[in-house]
Design a protein around this ligand. Structure first.
Ligand SMILES: *Cc1c(COP(=O)(O)O)cnc(C)c1O
Length: 371
């Protein structure tokens, strides 16, 4: 670790580019790289650039503010934002050429109002197909699409896409959503709306339901090299995890048998042993629920967290293994390299890999590397 660095997340931008290429090849369709939530904790700007390097043709964010951050960094690729706070600035989005996901008549009217004389607002109409989140209800679809078509003829909006999002409940449920989606696209066509792209699948459906690939797939977790499936690893999907979380041992202490560790003494040593202190805690995204369960690699050997994870630190009982202050602790990374994975931490804390990487806190320095 660089001198003075307590903790850092290495972000392998080469892996993000390679994962993007993999999705483009496997799905044979356009890849819209989802970089919301600071690219699942990997850093939105670097991840967007890496995905574009890997062939992504579009970017996606939840909020408009996330899209504007990419524009401020000079990223010119098409961007779609789909989750709008009431009163979010559509004018600012339109001026920055950020396309807007439209989930209601109100949002459609606001998008039309954000147009200028020479610039229609780019929109993607979102149809609700069964996830019960946002999206235009099927019973309102004809009416909203007809209105969108009218605004398009007036030059106020450009209907670039129609999209939806599926629940990943089962292939049958996702197929049903796809059927509803295709009906919605047919209705739109009958109203004179022929968008450039239809898109439905995120990582899971893009891999599991080929019919859902349509004109573009919106890939998030897969770009970061993580599997959306319980029963298939990253390696089995041909993906490389992009984030390695590591820290430098902050302190080493030799203690006798019967020593209580960390708050609440949920672990006591059973023999004389060495304790290594790792400067990462729940403020950095290490789940407190992984206390006594999470694993780390130190000098090529795997150890379990001993005692409670605190806000800033946790303890690892390393036995008689020679460990010194400053030694590297790998919390998770690419498991094919013999280190724990984000999935291992998810399992140790009853959550999913998405949550593990997304919650890594701001105190952890992100640094780009490429392999
Ligand atoms: C987050 C999100 C995605 C990406 O999902 P992954 O499972 O990470 O691929 C795609 N589409 C929408 C609408 C999303 O909110």
């Amino acid at each position: 670790m660089p001198d003075g660095t307590a903790r850092e997340a290495l972000i392998d931008v080469g892996a993000i580019a390679a994962n993007t290429r993999r999705f483009a090849r496997v799905t044979e369709t356009e890849v819209l790289a989802v970089v919301k939530a600071d690219a699942y904790g990997h850093g939105a700007v670097r991840a967007a650039r890496a995905a574009i390097d890997g062939g992504a043709t579009r970017l996606g964010t939840a909020d408009i503010n996330e899209a504007l951050e990419l524009r401020r960094a000079g990223i010119m690729a098409p961007i779609l934002s789909w989750l709008h706070a009431p009163g979010a600035s559509f004018a600012e989005a339109a001026a920055a050429h950020v396309a807007l996901g439209i989930s209601s008549m109100d949002q459609l009217q606001a998008a039309a109002a954000a147009a200028t004389a020479d610039r229609p607002t780019r929109i993607h109409l979102k149809l609700e197909t069964g996830l019960s989140r946002n999206g235009i209800a099927p019973e309102d679809w004809n009416h909203v699409v007809a209105e969108a078509a009218r605004w398009e003829r007036l030059g106020k909006v450009a209907i670039e896409g129609i999209f939806s999002h599926v629940s990943n409940t089962s292939i049958a449920d996702d197929q049903q959503a796809l059927d509803r989606f295709n009906e919605g696209v047919a209705i739109a066509a009958s109203l004179g709306v022929h968008p450039e792209i239809r898109h439905l699948a995120a990582t899971s459906a893009a891999l599991a339901l080929p019919a859902a690939r349509l004109d573009a797939v919106r890939i998030g977790v897969g770009l970061y090299g993580l599997s959306p499936f319980d029963d298939r690893t990253s390696a089995e999907l041909g993906l490389r995890p992009a984030m390695t979380l590591r820290a430098a041992v902050a302190n080493v202490r030799r203690v006798p048998a019967g020593t209580g560790l960390s708050y609440g003494y949920t672990h006591r040593t059973t023999r004389e042993t060495t304790l290594a202190l790792v400067p990462l805690g729940y403020a950095d995204g290490i789940p407190r629920s992984s206390s006594n369960r999470g694993t780390v690699a130190i000098a090529g050997k795997t150890f379990t967290v001993s005692g409670r994870v605190a806000m800033d630190q946790f303890i690892v009982d390393v036995g008689d293994h020679p460990v010194s202050t400053g030694d590297e602790v790998i919390v998770f990374g690419d498991p094919t390299l013999g280190v724990p994975s984000a999935e291992d931490w998810a399992e140790a804390s009853d959550t999913i890999n998405y949550e593990i990487v997304t919650r890594i806190g701001p105190r952890v320095t992100r640094r780009s590397v490429s392999s």
